[in-house]
Design a protein around this ligand. Sequence first.
Ligand code: HMG
Ligand code: MG
Length: 313
Amino acid sequence: MTDGLPMSVPAEGLPPRVRIHEVGARDGLQNEKTVVPTGVKAEFIHRLATAGLSTIEATSFVHPKWVPQLADAESLFPQLTGIPGVDLPVLVPNGRGLDRALELGARRIAVFGSVTESFAKANLNRTVDESLAMFEPVVTKARATGLHVRGYLSMCFGDPWEGPVPVDQVVSVARRLLDLGCDELSLGDTIGVATPGHVRTLLSALNEAGVGTDSVGVHFHDTYGQALSNTLAALQHGVTTVDASAGGLGGCPYAKSATGNLATEDLVWMLEGLGIETGVDLGLLTATSVWMAGQLGRPSPSRTVRALSHQEQ
Ligand code: HMG
Ligand code: MG
């Protein structure tokens, strides 16, 4: 190891470059008990951009009562314009959310569907069918306006109410989201129960149903410490878009067993070691997460952040 980076030893069968979809400011901060001040969020996102992250999910235009932590979307988003070369996707569940996002000039949105009925009800107050019907005009209007649309699928590997989730059920909702017009999908392991064989099986099943790996990203929460192994399995399958959260922030307020996402630092450490380009400066990113941990008043759960910053365990 030199200068806070692992020795680079490439391995066969992996992509040369990975696009990191940074979700700390959205998935991370939506789950904080306290509401982080808007200025701190803006500084967080600016620092993430300076560290080289080029896709930073900024906030959500959801009902403010459902996610009070992100109720400041209207005042935050204008503070982010002018970050050069950075995409700032935002979550949008319905027409009202899309209108709010469009008014502020958002160029990328994400709708967020569930593979299971229980989570669709808990998170969107809708059945799976009703939520897809809610997304349909949103995706159509967004695409007509030239926006890029991501479609999240939650509970792809297991659900806290329903238990194991059949692969066919995931494939069916994935196809329906793509058929609505989503540009890309993100496969959410909301409660972190996936393991690598399961990841490969799902990706193969999606391919068999005509869903190309190039339209799929992965979104692993790290509840059982499997997120990095699952990511490697996805990379070996050809996935090149990986969601991660600076410092391992994250969770979902409507799924109790959800903990933080794969930490971006842990991901970058592995990718650096494999010689895979990310464009991210690990030192600047770690400093950002240490700063954010100070704002939140507790240490980052990321092993890499702790190792690089010599934080107390
Ligand atoms: P609802 O209560 O069914 O809402 O909630 P509604 O459609 O009946 O509307 C009720 C009122 O809310 C109306 O106002 C609407 O205008 C207003 P009224 O006419 O009564 O005065 N309203 C809104 N106001 C502002 N912005 C809006 C909006 N929509 C309606 N967008 C709703 C349905 C979808 C709104 C609600 O369930 C909601 O906001 N859910 C969001 C939950 C959420 O954000 N969860 C976390 C993100 S998902 C996640 O973290 C998983 C992920 O990371 C992947 C993974 O890990 O698996 C993505
Ligand atoms: Mg998530």
